[in-house]
Ligand binder design. Sequence first.
Ligand code: TYM
Length: 352
Amino acid sequence: MSDDAKNVPPRPLSPPRALPPTRVLSGIQPTGRFHWGNYFGAIRQYIELQSVGESYFFIADLHALTTVREPERLRAFVRDAALDLVALGLDPVHAALFVQSDVPEVTELTWLLMTVTPMGLLERCHAFKDKKSRGMAADAGLFTYPVLMSADILAYDATIVPVGEDQVQHIEVCRDLAGTFNHLYGEVFTLPKPRLVEAGARVPGTDGQKMSKSYENTIEVFEEPSVQKKKIMRITTDSRPLEEPKEPEGDHLFDLFSLFAPAAEREAMAALYRRGGFGYGDVKKALVAAAADFFADARRRRAELAADPGTIDAILARGAERARAKAGDVLSRAKRACGLSRLPAQPAGGKA
Ligand code: TYM
């Protein structure tokens, strides 16, 4: 090699490829206190993903309005939800944490999406079908719930939506509506993807069905340890004799224990199941202890935060400001695209 050639820096083979921006978004309803299903299916993912890109997490009070009809209870649930999320590790330095109704741009966007929503699509949504089949009054709010949820997601150009399994169908609806809108008006919306974690995608309740407030089978993250213990001790189990070996996989008590136990303890418990000669009472006691341990720090942080209400108010106000800035851009992009604004559509690539 000549001396000249040695002085030339090596040329990169191809320019580095820009990765698409990651925007994480999710919402949670303040219809009661958070339970283990909310935590292991969703909240734990929020915390894990909050600093991988821009992130937005909100308390879905507009959705909750379809079930909570007492204003004071709703206000209290919203406040508790914010406290719980921050105590569990949601960091407002990374993530915008806000209340859904503080961003009115989303309800305006809901209408735009409503005009491209086929009725049949909503009729097929299982959350609606399920509630209706249990005799709950089905108002238009409940029926069009997935459209509001779609606006929640699309308003922030979200790319990843961490959720439990029960929300996947709603995210498919969102992709569908975004696709139709884009087909009609150009590339307006970013299509999001759901993100699930296998172990927590469908946390069972005390009766083995999906843990859900509507099934009254929940164990709450921050309820009194004595109440938690009572619920755990009442978890339904089968009535096979003590000596009989049992298969741990698919046993909901084992599944709940597995959420908290490190891998080695989980394996040891699985071996105990397969060997037989133990009582479900022992597993329940182990679960009580593991859960208490797991949430001990969060419980302490929650007590500290609760003593300082101004902090949560400031976090929510700052979160709403960040959220509104982003949602405002997306809304005006959508309005221009469909002819609601006197301004012409933004050229392709005008996406924020
Ligand atoms: P919500 O409030 O019912 O539940 C909040 C989150 O908790 C998850 N989850 C579970 N995960 C695993 N096992 C369970 N047993 C369990 N129970 C609940 C849910 O899947 C969810 O991720 N429609 C949403 C709220 C919402 C939203 C959004 C979510 C409104 N707009 C936009 C994402 C994006 C709901 O009712 O979640």
